[in-house]
Design a protein around this ligand. Sequence first.
Ligand code: ADP
Ligand code: MG
Length: 318
Amino acid sequence: MNEFSIIEKFFNRSRPDDRLLRGVGDDAAVLRIPLGYDLLVSTDTLVNEVHFLPSWSPECIAKRALNVNISDIVAMAGLPHWISLALTLPTVDDVWLHRFSTALHQELNAHQMQLIGGDTTKGPLAISLTIHGLVEKNAALLRSGAKSGDGIYVSGALGAAALAVQRIAEGCDFKSLADKRLLQALQAPKARTDLIPVLRKFASSAIDISDGLAADLGHICKQSHCGATVQLSNVPVDREVKNALGESGNIFALTGGDDYELCFTVPAARQQAFLRYCVRYGLEMHQVGLITAQRSLDFINEQGQKVRLQNKGYQHFC
Ligand code: ADP
Ligand code: MG
């Protein structure tokens, strides 16, 4: 099977969409951006044995690739609409491609999204997605919007995916229910599309937690020209991470990564309304600290002392 028959057989499935004038099949896709909207564009690449293992199911790899990309659009308070797929394959494995593409199209349909183009090449297995989303004009939520006095919130418990990575390195068989749940957190993160409305209504800045809360909050601080104080005991820690690591669980959760929860800031004046909204809609939110004018990022333990982190999160090329 050549490149063109792979595209035709597995990836050419466009649905009617009045903003998509041309999808798969031409030199480029043609999109019409509706009046009053800005286009959000982001790319994430998953490389075999770096971001996933060859033993993972093709369904899992497809869904993970899509969700980590959607997560970036959500963190900008935008709605994801289209993706392009750059697929690098070592060989043409018909069964793998069928399972991968079926899962990808299923997950795309679930989010009312479409695959609009891509590239298919031979080489070491890698999946690179470029995602396109829309946000109302000038309403994109930036990392640079935090101000001194804003509350810092995290949308869910952290550390499970990072603990799964550690267990893989230790040769865990993932037979127990607890271990299976950790692996699920790593293999199948769910982008928090449910939080788009709350971000739009209340947040001053946001980031999705892919490299670890400490590192990602650091990006907000840097781009907002401010600092932050985080109470370690307020960091929401996954229950299995707590069981396994006890006291040190919160440092682990802070520096782990691969969580795809959101970290965002809410101005002091909006905090009461925000908390009432969260109660009303049953949203689990954890205030972990405050944005400060002083440009340092401080982590405070229960004795009120600053804690130095050995590493702040995942970085390539280290
Ligand atoms: P070109 O040679 O002009 O780069 P290609 O032969 O790479 O074009 O691709 C032909 C068409 O198929 C293009 O519309 C491209 O966007 C699309 N395409 C290629 N690979 C994929 C893929 N993996 N998934 C979806 N569309 C793809
Ligand atoms: Mg090409």
